[in-house]
Design a protein. Structure first.
Length: 308
């Protein structure tokens, strides 16, 4: 597995500073944040380490050359909006940008983008599945044409009251994955697998690794601490941040030995990127860097050297 990190937490750094840090500290890849320039609507969004809207041939060569000189690859171009936003103007905007990422990923030889399926928050799963086919069919066909794999993260995107009841990402459970992959069967639509989101949903995060082994395109290393006393007080219908806390690997409830062993069992050889959303380390870019290095040291007991 190639060991890396998600660049979104380092939003205050330039592309060059992110790659320099990766290269100097033994990370072989970076999942590079590629939001369009503009105001962020939530934490870890709105980060633009590569601006694909301005990326011409010379710019692509610069990005690839800078990474190559430092021994770093780009595992994926990352953009996590609500692709199925009920606001059709917003939806059109984010779909257009996602398609630009797909084309840029192909042109740069990366052949991976990471994102969310999205969801109409006030509609049922059944209604969203119908809309999924209409919205995503042309996106998947473009990905097939460009030979770019789309890795969908399984975060429900349900953290605040305005995201109730369903969150902003439909692809949050194995039961729904089966339906999505049946509706749009494609070798280019798969998963960016993050075990932490299963912890607070009280779900098994090991068994799906085996069932969906052919659909795991990219993985995240992030932890979650579930506070059972708070959950007992507020219940599962409360916004999840009332009873769980995102943590760095080793500071939460994910069994990292078991999870990484499962990935090794299925022969996963792709990128494994540490994702920092732990507020204890968000006091500065140096805090985020410290969190990445602590996480890497902790995970090294299970993964050993970097298989690049």
């Amino acid at each position: 597995m190639r060991q890396g990190f998600v660049s979104a937490a380092l939003g205050g750094l330039s592309f060059e500073e992110v790659v320099d840090f990766a290269g100097q500290n033994g990370f072989s890849c970076v999942e590079m944040a590629c939001w369009p320039k503009g105001k962020a609507d939530r934490r870890y969004a709105g980060v633009t380490h590569i601006d694909v809207d301005k990326l011409d041939d010379a710019g692509m060569q610069y990005v690839l050359g800078y990474c190559r000189e430092r021994g770093v690859t780009i595992s994926s171009l990352a953009y996590y909006p609500n692709i199925m936003d009920a606001d059709l103007e917003k939806r059109e905007y984010v779909i257009r940008h996602l398609k630009r990422l797909i084309c840029a990923s192909a042109d740069m030889g990366i052949h991976m983008v990471s994102t969310f399926i999205g969801r109409m928050t006030d509609k049922s799963v059944e209604d969203n599945l119908k809309e999924f086919e209409r919205v995503w069919e042309p996106i998947v066909r473009l990905a097939e044409e460009k030979k770019v794999r789309i890795a969908i993260e399984n975060c429900p995107m349900f953290f605040t009251s305005d995201e109730w009841p369903g969150g902003q990402n439909l692809a949050s459970t194995p039961a729904i994955w089966r339906q999505l992959f049946s509706i749009l069967p494609s070798d280019y639509l798969g998963l960016n697998y993050d075990p932490s989101h299963f912890v607070w949903q009280k779900m098994d995060y090991i068994r799906p690794v085996y069932e969906f082994c052919d659909k795991i395109f990219h993985v995240h290393y992030k932890d979650i601490k579930l506070h059972e006393d708070r959950l007992s007080d507020v219940g599962v219908m409360a916004p999840p941040l009332q009873y769980m806390t995102p943590r760095i690997p080793g500071h939460g409830d994910v069994d990292w030995g078991e999870y990484i062993a499962a990935l090794l069992d299925i022969g996963y050889e792709g990128a494994a990127c540490i994702e920092i959303e732990d507020k204890a380390f968000e006091y500065s870019p140096e805090g985020i860097k410290e969190a990445l290095l602590i996480s890497r040291r902790y995970l090294s007991q299970y993964i050993g050297g970097d298989n690049t």
